[in-house]
Design a protein around this ligand. Structure first.
Ligand SMILES: [Zn+2]
Length: 293
């Protein structure tokens, strides 16, 4: 295999490794977010629990006060009944009777209040029980998540280390200027960085390569960039001829289409081989990814 093809192969390998690194780093990044969501729900539960417990405390204090008041007025009524016998005249007797009536009336009101209070206490206690059950479920879920998080992040980190080594291996073979170009593109354009050209079309931006550039590509001498999207390109048939795994990779590769603001009129010959233009560096391959967990 020529030096050129070997370098392309290593670049594609690098690309594959980098692709996996991106996925793993995203996964690692999403873990703390998921944990934070569960912790926020937990905090919300604790807050609701505290509110309910406060309510229950107030209700219990009210009940205690009512009990005391009922007890006091009951004993006052009893005393008044005893004093009734000692009333000096009818006027005094009627006055004492009226006072007793009033006391009995307010005791009845307090008894009614106590019944309503008991009902409210029962209702709030039931709410608290329900909340505690839900909270126990969430706590279990949180604990389980924390355990699995440790495992998942350890696995991801281990794989990242392996990939980093693979990456270093690939970097040794690729000449420094080409590697620099790869890194330059990687920092500015969404994955992938190196793509096959199939039937004259760049599979990064799906735009036809200019004939002269396509001829140069087919010669397989220097590593070229797509004049439109600036990704590194290689001719797929260079690899279909041999037994390279790249042939299969080239056939199934799915590239990220570029944003609408990309020049769709086609590549500009004059721009070829000049410093790459990067005016669309903000799109991410995962913009449309669902994250509804
Ligand atoms: Zn392109």
């Amino acid at each position: 295999m020529s030096m050129y093809l070997e370098q392309i192969e290593k670049l594609v390998m690098l690309q594959k490794v980098d692709g996996e690194i991106i996925v793993l780093e995203e996964e690692l990044g999403s873990m703390p977010r998921e944990l934070a969501e569960l912790e926020a729900r937990n905090a919300e539960f604790l807050e609701r629990k505290a509110v309910l417990e406060d309510k229950l405390d107030i209700l219990k204090t009210q009940r205690k006060r009512l009990d005391q008041e009922i007890e006091d007025s009951t004993s006052r009524i009893k005393k008044s009944k005893n004093k009734l016998m000692m009333a000096g005249n009818t006027r005094e007797y009627h006055a004492m009777m009226r006072e007793m009536d009033n006391m009995e009336k307010s005791t009845r009101n307090r008894e009614e209040e106590k019944v309503a209070l008991a009902e409210e206490l029962e209702r709030q206690t039931a709410l608290l029980d329900e909340l505690q059950k839900e909270h126990a479920e969430l706590t279990a879920q949180l604990e389980e998540y924390q355990t699995s998080l440790k495992k998942r992040s350890a696995t991801a980190r281990k794989r990242l280390d392996e990939l980093q080594k693979e990456r270093e291996g690939a970097c040794v073979v690729v000449p420094a200027p080409v590697l620099k170009r790869y890194e330059f593109i990687r920092e500015r354009i969404s994955n992938p960085v190196i793509v096959p050209v199939t039937a004259g079309v760049c599979s990064g931006c799906f735009i036809q390569i200019p004939p002269q550039a396509f001829n140069d590509l087919q010669k397989g001498e220097t590593i070229l960039s797509c004049p439109n999207c600036q990704r590194l390109i290689y001719w797929c048939e260079h690899f279909q001829a041999c037994d390279s795994p790249l042939a299969a990779a080239a056939a199934v590769r799915t590239a990220t289409p570029l944003d609408d603001d990309e020049d769709e009129a086609g590549p500009d010959d004059a721009g070829y081989d000049e410093e790459p233009r990067y005016d669309d560096d903000n799109h991410s391959p995962d913009d449309d990814r669902d994250d509804d967990r």
